[in-house]
Design a protein around this ligand. Sequence first.
Ligand code: RTP
Ligand code: MG
Length: 140
Amino acid sequence: MAIERTFSIIKPDATKRNLTGKINALIEDAGLRIVAQKRIQLTRAQAETFYGVHKERPFFGELIESITSGPVVVQVLEGEGAIAKYRAVMGATNPASADPGTIRKEFAVSIGENSVHGSDAPETAAIEIPQFFSGNEIVG
Ligand code: RTP
Ligand code: MG
């Protein structure tokens, strides 16, 4: 399988509860390498651009409130099949349905406060990564 890169966000519900290290331990234990990282406060405009595909969804307002409610840690993860691998480590969107050992089962509070984001396809990773990182900020 090819070496891929995927985009990850540790969301405010997790940074507020000081879970960045515990989440990154699960990411690294899965064989993914953190090749770019920064802690930032998303602006409303950045959040609305990032989640633009969900603009018409009933939860869009809550989603933007939630992702801008505190610091996030944005990261690029690299590894074999990184996109699918990270989705597996994250677990289901709703933590109630997530498998044991996944980030969302261990740490998430609810579907809205579900601790992490991960790109869902190579095409979305290619759009999401450059929204937050320039080429020389990613060191594989
Ligand atoms: P993500 O994009 O954050 O990695 O999560 P995902 O692919 O598993 O879920 P997606 O369908 O893309 O939804 C994006 C985020 O919107 C929030 N959401 N809230 N209240 C609701 O019914 C609802 N549904 C989705 C979640 O925080 C989800 O991660
Ligand atoms: Mg998604």
